[in-house]
Write a protein that binds this ligand. Structure first.
Ligand SMILES: NC(=O)c1ccc[n+]([C@@H]2O[C@H](COP(=O)([O-])OP(=O)(O)OC[C@H]3O[C@@H](n4cnc5c(N)ncnc54)[C@H](OP(=O)(O)O)[C@@H]3O)[C@@H](O)[C@H]2O)c1
Length: 391
């Protein structure tokens, strides 16, 4: 039987890799829908090549340009922020791969599992902020969450060696990013270019900055808590600069089960699409004799405060992870635009968390309200600082 697949965020780093994977998998896997936010030239190219039935342009300002680019191709075009939720509901689709960036992916992720489909999750922010809501909706409606993040794919594979009750610890590996080993003071003057220079992975700009602050690892701790239904205190971060061991699970008998591979997203993307099958793919075999040595060390929580905050917000629950994520999204945007310094990213996140009164809600509206509050708080705080500087 064939598989109908939608890729949300097909113009991004994960989205482009996913299209290569699907092409290599052959005609059994059909691209039914694609989406982009603003890269409409690339989306038009993808539309010509993969011939999806539906295409969504989430930033409506770019819709007219896109229509012109694909005139005569007979594709159905959906536009605006709600177009993703509309597209994931169409018939003839069994898997939605969500590769959009940020909390913006929450409504479409929820709609996917609510209609009992498989959600291949690259877009980790919705799981980090609304893990309870998404996992419950999947359970109640026969949907399924499959990890695409390389670490969570590794954990998912290692978990097949035992039961959740038999897990002693999950060891979530991370390269440590471009500033591994640096003291906090040394990061004062870090430039955008330095922060975007990731040692092992090629990714979109937001996740690359998150990898430099270790916010990416922080979001992954919460993501793992929900995907694998384990308490956060059982999840530990292990720095592994080579990015070969993608994560490990320690069982109660002391066995450590790991998954290894090149730092290449094609393998976890493919496994999420073909699970429970394994098929030959694009990733070359890993030769450990060529790798030679692997290194592991503890993370430095003083320099990378996001890690400590992750455990705190996961324990607090409710709207705390929402504020943690939204403040970071807003701060990273300011950093990428050259308006704030690197260390201010986490300062702003901490400021928002300290000024937020956690509410225990799992309604989408309640969560999005907290998200909007944090983004406003970041903007207000920066404005107040700028006013003080000029007065
Ligand atoms: N890259 C990796 O290796 C990697 C690994 C693990 C997990 N992830 C996760 O996967 C997600 C995507 O990462 P990425 O590196 O592929 O990011 P990316 O290269 O920046 O791509 C993001 C995609 O989302 C679209 N998009 C941007 N803003 C949007 C919005 N408001 N609404 C809907 N779509 C929007 C973009 O469209 P335009 O191109 O038109 O702007 C693009 O297609 C992130 O959550 C990230 O944490 C990535």
């Amino acid at each position: 039987m064939g598989h109908g697949i939608i890729i949300l965020g097909s113009t991004g780093s994960i989205g482009r890799n996913a299209l290569r994977v699907i092409e290599a998998l052959g005609p059994e896997y059909e691209v039914v829908g694609l989406s982009a936010h603003s890269s409409v030239e690339l989306l038009a190219e993808q539309t010509r090549r993969y011939k999806p039935r539906f295409v969504a342009v989430t930033n409506a300002e770019f819709a007219a340009r896109f229509r012109t680019l694909v005139a005569g191709l007979g594709v159905e075009i959906l536009t605006g922020p709600d177009s993703l939720t509309e597209m994931v509901r169409i018939e003839g689709v069994d898997t939605v791969l969500t590769a959009v960036v940020g909390a913006a992916g929450l409504p479409s992720a929820l709609a996917t599992v609510q209609c009992g489909k498989r959600l291949a999750v690259a877009n980790k922010e919705p799981l980090a902020i609304a893990g309870e809501l998404l996992t419950k909706a999947a359970r109640e409606n026969g949907g399924m969450l499959l990890p695409v993040d390389s670490e969570h794919s590794a954990i998912f594979q290692a978990m097949q060696s035992g039961s959740t009750a038999e897990v002693r610890r999950i060891l979530l590996t991370g390269s440590g990013g471009p500033f591994r080993g640096a003291a906090r003071e040394e990061l004062q003057e870090v430039t955008v270019k330095q922060a975007l220079n990731h040692p092992t992975w090629e990714m979109g700009p937001k996740i690359t900055i998150d990898s430099a602050t270790l916010m990416n690892k922080a979001l992954e701790i919460i993501e793992a808590r929900w995907l694998f239904d384990v308490p956060v205190q059982k999840i530990e971060v292990l720095i592994h600069p080579e990015s070969i061991v993608h994560s490990l699970v320690e069982f109660v008998d002391g066995s450590l089960i790991a998954q290894l591979g090149h730092p290449d997203m094609c393998l976890p993307i493919q496994y999420a699409l073909t699970y429970p099958r394994r098929v030959e793919g694009l990733s070359p075999p890993l030769r450990l004799e060529d790798v030679g040595r692997l290194h592991f060390e503890k993370p430095d929580p003083d320099t990378f405060r996001a890690l400590t905050l992750a455990y705190e917000v996961a324990r607090a629950g409710g709207t705390a992870p929402v504020v943690f994520n939204a403040a970071n999204e807003a701060a990273v945007e300011h950093f990428l635009a050259g308006r704030i310094r690197f260390l201010q990213i986490m300062d702003l996140v901490e400021h928002c968390l300290h000024n937020h009164e956690v509410r225990h809600t799992t309604s989408v509206e309640g969560l999005l309200e907290a998200d909007a509050w944090a983004r406003r708080e970041v903007a207000d705080r920066l404005q107040r600082t700028a006013e003080r500087a000029t007065s």
